[in-house]
Design a protein around this ligand. Sequence first.
Ligand code: ADP
Length: 384
Amino acid sequence: MGDVKRVGVIGGGQLAWMMATAAEKLGVELVVQTPSNSDPAVAIAADAIFAPVADATATAQLATQCDVITFENEFVDLEALSLLESQGICFRPGLQTLRPLLDKYHQRCYLRDLGLPTPGFFPLPPPPSPLPSPSLPLVLKTRRHGYDGQGTFIIKDLPELNTTLERLKNVLLLVEEFVPFERELAAIAARSVNGDISIYPIVETQQEQQVCRRVFAPAKISSAVGEQVNAIARTLLNHLQVVGVFGIELFLTQEERVLVNEIAPRVHNSGHFTLDACETSQFEQHLRAVCGLPLGSPAMKIPGAVMVNLLGYEHSTSSYLEQRQQIAALPGAHVHWYGKTESRPGRKLGHVTVLLEAEEGKQGGASAIAQKVESIWYGREKSC
Ligand code: ADP
C-alpha cells in the first residue's frame, strides 16, 4: 500500500491519537513530536520526540525517522520548517499550503482575494488609511495561536472593548464584523496527492463561549446551501493545493448566505463523528492522502449522528469512569476518552458520538440525545 511506512506527526494530542486505528489498518507507523510524554498520542505512537511543536530542530530529527511529515497542530515555526522542506523533507500538506493560513489576518486576506465570502475585517494596529470605523458588536481575535475560542472575544460595548484592548495591547489583532448567524456549519474535505477531492456530509456545529459543544451530522440544510459550501471547499482545497484533510468552519445567515469563518489545516473536531458514522474516518482519509493512497468513501453508514464534546468543568485528576459508563450505555453511543491525566475547565477530555436511526434524526431527537449526554456529563454543572 504505497511507499510510505512511517508518518511523522507534529503534535501528539487527541487528533494524532485518533489516527491510531487508521494507521494500523493502512500498515503505517506514527512517530509524534509533542512536548510531554503524557500527551495522548504517545501511547499509540511507534516512537516519540519530546519537544514543542515549534521546535524545528526536533522536526529535523523527526524527519530522519519518517517518510513524510504531517500536522495535527499548526502552531509551527514556518520559516524554520521551510529550510527543511528546501532540503528535501516532505511535508504534507506542503508549507506553501500552510503559509496563508497560520495568521488569521492573512487567512482572511487570502479568502477575500479568492473572492470567497467572509465577514468584514481589518488588522489592529490598523493600516495607515483609510481608517476603518467599526460598529459594535464586533469580534476581536488574536492573529496567531488561537484555538477553542482562546483568543476570540465577542465585544458588545465600549467598556468591554477598552478592557480587552488594554489586556491585549502588545498582541497583533484581527477585528471582525460580528455575524448574526442563524447557524454554524462545517465541512471536512480531503484532497489527495493527485488532486482528487472528497467532501464529507456538511455538519452543523454548536459553540458555547466560542468552544464547540456539539455537532449534528448531516446538517439540515437546503441543497442550495450544500452546493455553496461544497463549492467553497473545492475552491479552497484546489487553490491551496492541499494534500490531506482540512476543516472549514462557516456561518449560515438567515438569508441562506454562507460565509467562511475559519480554515483549519488539519483534521478537525467537527469531523470526529466520521470515526463511527462514515465509511472512512477523517483520520484514515488524512493518512490516505498523506501516504499518497486513493481517498476512501466519505459516505455515512447510518442516517444521522450527533457528536458531543466531553469538556472539563473543574480542576481534577478524575477519570470520570462512572459518567463515561452511563453515557456509553445510551443506545448507539460510542465514547472516545483521550486519556488525559488532568482535567480543567474547557479542556477537551473526550467525545461521544451517538448513531441515530432515521426517526430520531427527523423528530429533532438529535438535540434531545445531546442534552441527555450533557446532563449525564455535566450533572448540575451546566457550563464549563
Ligand atoms: P478558534 O480559532 O479559537 O476556534 P474562531 O474564530 O473559530 O476561534 O471562533 C470561535 C467561535 O466564535 C465561532 O465558532 C463563533 O461561534 C464565534 N465567532 C467567531 N467569529 C465570529 C464573527 N465574526 N461573528 C460572530 N461570531 C463569531
